[in-house]
Design a protein around this ligand. Structure first.
Ligand SMILES: NC(=O)c1ccc[n+]([C@@H]2O[C@H](COP(=O)([O-])OP(=O)(O)OC[C@H]3O[C@@H](n4cnc5c(N)ncnc54)[C@H](OP(=O)(O)O)[C@@H]3O)[C@@H](O)[C@H]2O)c1
Length: 341
């Protein structure tokens, strides 16, 4: 049996959750799927790099990061200068790219993924940037090298959205979708309904590791807009940039707005929508006041949901309750298994 060699580029909330999941699922992967793995490289931005062709001890790597230490002592090779040098030096079979998202150009993740695919590696990411900015190019590159470029965790963490359409809905055309796709703002609105101020609610989302590195991306609707762009680009066949999405975030909502909606039995939600029209695809992200009959009214906390409207089925809703880095990690694992089986 072959051992699949993994390179982890980015070892933050998601990379670390993935390392823990790999260790927890190791026996199942081996006994049920005949899959053996080994991590041969880990790169961070400010916490060092480790490359070891005989395998890196993940317990040690996690303990070192938890202590705020550098991973450098785990390395058997000199530290590479940047992500692309790291990928080439690792000689891995699969790259897991989990660096922070760049909304405006998807870099350096696009370069990382393209380097990995060109070197004959599968490339798997939770990073939305490469999906919206280079989905078609990277997919073509993957096909040319008979490898996979998968990104299930880029939208709704580990819940099946992209693979749902790729694997289980052949010849169905997506006509529109409507959802709550940003966990951070949904939790902020839920906490404000429970009495927290906007500032305290934002600080809490950062403390539990669900807000992006820069929380303004969530609050101003950019994270939601990039998810709309990713879904439209991949599932509706039209390249769409986040800046093309009509966008308004939750920054102007204050406790009094939430409380007065609540007194009327209503709730503010940050709603993401896309719909085919005669002239193209209309998209938006904006706060909407929902009444209790709306299917998204009860999507609370960090939960998210999307309803797909197609020419094949009635409305089809995927709901993910209480996601976190551990569910994002599952999406990466599912992508790996789907890449190699
Ligand atoms: N958190 C979630 O549940 C979630 C859900 C869905 C998708 N995502 C996506 O997953 C990705 C990772 O999220 P995260 O929450 O794990 O972020 P994070 O905690 O900020 O971790 C980012 C990691 O990337 C490293 N890094 C930054 N720049 C780098 C560079 N140029 N080269 C190499 N490593 C670099 C960081 O190292 P240092 O810390 O040393 O700087 C850190 O290890 C993002 O694209 C995010 O949008 C996250």
């Amino acid at each position: 049996m072959d051992t699949h060699r993994f390179a982890l580029l980015g070892f933050g909330n998601v990379g670390q959750a993935f390392a823990r999941l790999l260790m927890a699922k190791s026996d199942e992967l081996l006994t049920q799927l005949d899959l053996n793995w080994q991590v041969v490289g880990i790169m961070t931005g400010h916490h060092g790099v480790a490359i070891n062709p005989t395998g890196i001890n993940l317990e040690s790597a996690l303990a070192m990061i938890a202590a705020g230490d550098s991973l450098d002592p785990l390395s058997a090779e000199p530290a590479p200068q940047n992500g692309t040098d790291f990928i080439r030096a690792c000689n891995a079979d699969v790259l897991f790219e989990n660096t922070p998202v760049s909304y405006h150009d998807g870099q350096p993740a696009i370069e990382h993924i393209s380097t990995a695919l060109s070197a004959g590696m599968h490339a798997i990411t939770a990073n939305k940037g490469p999906v919206v900015h280079a989905y078609r190019e990277l997919t073509k590159l993957a096909q040319a090298h008979k490898r996979k470029f998968f990104f299930e965790s880029a939208v709704m963490d580990g819940a099946p959205v992209f693979s749902l359409w790729r694997e289980t809905l052949p010849a169905a055309e997506l006509q529109s979708f409507r959802g709550v796709l940003n966990s951070t703002t949904n939790l902020i609105l839920t906490l404000m309904e429970q009495g927290k101020t906007f500032e305290d609610a934002v600080a809490y989302t950062q403390s539990i590791g669900i807000a992006e590195t820069d929380p303004s991306g969530d609050i101003e609707g950019w994270d939601a807009a990039i998810k709309v762009a990713a879904l439209v680009t991949v599932l509706m066949g039209t390249n769409l940039q986040p800046s093309d999405v009509e966008r308004k975030g939750v920054e102007s909502l204050r406790s009094k707005d939430i409380q007065s909606a609540s007194a009327d039995g209503k709730r503010w939600k940050l709603i993401c929508e896309a719909e085919r029209t005669d002239t193209g695809i209309a998209t938006s992200v904006r706060p909407e006041l929902l009444d209790p009959t709306d299917p998204l009214y009860n999507v609370m906390g960090t939960s998210s949901a999307v309803t797909f409207y197609s020419d094949a089925l009635g409305p089809l809703t995927v709901t993910e309750s209480d996601p976190g880095p551990h569910t994002t990690a599952y999406g990466l694992l599912a992508d790996f298994i789907n890449s190699v089986r």
